[in-house]
Design a protein around this ligand. Sequence first.
Ligand SMILES: NC(=O)C1=CN([C@@H]2O[C@H](COP(=O)(O)OP(=O)(O)OC[C@H]3O[C@@H](n4cnc5c(N)ncnc54)[C@H](O)[C@@H]3O)[C@@H](O)[C@H]2O)C=CC1
Ligand SMILES: O=C1[C@@H](O)[C@H](O)[C@@H](O)[C@H](O)[C@H]1O
Length: 335
Amino acid sequence: MTDLRVGIVGVGVMGADHAERVARRTAGARLVAVADPDFARAEALGKSLDVRVVEDPLDLIAADDVDAVILASPGFAHAEQLLVCLEHRKPVLCEKPLTMDAASSLQVVEAEHKVGRPLIQVGFMRRFDPEYAALKELLDSGELGRTVMLHNVHRNKSAPVTFRSEMIVRDSMVHEVDIARWLLGDEITRITVHAPKPSGLVGDGVLDPQLALFELANGTMADVEVFVNFQVGYEVRCEAVAERGSATIGLGSGVFTRAGGQWGGAMPSDFRVRFERAYDIEVQRWVEAAARGGIDGPSAWDGYAAVAVCEAGIESLTSGRPVDVDLADRRKVLG
Ligand SMILES: NC(=O)C1=CN([C@@H]2O[C@H](COP(=O)(O)OP(=O)(O)OC[C@H]3O[C@@H](n4cnc5c(N)ncnc54)[C@H](O)[C@@H]3O)[C@@H](O)[C@H]2O)C=CC1
Ligand SMILES: O=C1[C@@H](O)[C@H](O)[C@@H](O)[C@H](O)[C@H]1O
């Protein structure tokens, strides 16, 4: 079988990481082109990986020698670029968030539905992380009884000063939104987001950290602390509490030592280190699915549902009150 010819749109932190992954360690795929409005950045990467550089992202999507696309552009660019991928019937792995608001995400879901087959996979890579996958398998086995709630922690070492309060919901908490829907097996119907007095180490007016509570249609609940300027390192934990026991993941990153009266281990510096294996598996499986013309992971609907929850979360952060999630009826949209 010939290699899937992949083009990458947006080659900042995540796009450059995916470019390296596709070019050097993904079987069945060949990186053929990169595009970024920051042409100098794209050119430097294109040169180092020996691939074509395209100035306009929409030209890359349309190019005849690109079979499938990875969108690692900023969220504000996703809606238009996704619609162009659909127009050209190109499988696309789109980094989260799907789009910036629920209305445009729903338009994307509807446009994909009109095409008649799933072409959009959303970059919720945690579903491919071996620890999260093992937790899901354990919970689904029923060994611990019915799962009743999740406690999550999501801490980044630091975030740029431009990372505002609503971005903490839309760009960071969105991962727990997806994980809660996936592990607990239902839609989130209500979200409350609170913020304590902010850390003194964050930009003026930025509400960091935040504490959120998700209520799901099946009566389960999940909480999450998101703290994007934690200073220490990258830490993502999840404890699932079930009727007959609990299970925690995220403690074992790096070498976990007990010595000299101390316990602990190295902390990863950021998501590229902690979730390296998850991104590798995600992209490998997406390449295999895209070569068959489809997806193998979180769908456009998953992306839309997460955006709808985050939109309600941003409203809750502002009002301090629980906000019901306004989600379209899946059966009506997808038939
Ligand atoms: N799954 C995950 O763990 C992570 C996902 N992300 C997601 O990846 C995407 C990119 O984020 P980063 O790489 O951190 O951002 P970044 O700011 O490092 O890079 C974004 C790149 O996109 C380019 N760009 C700007 N406008 C564009 C447009 N209209 N079309 C194409 N490219 C454009 C910029 O010049 C820049 O090179 C976002 O959707 C973000 O939420 C980011 C970090 C981790
Ligand atoms: O998606 C990601 C970033 O965009 C976001 O800014 C970080 O908070 C997350 O940990 C990372 O996984």
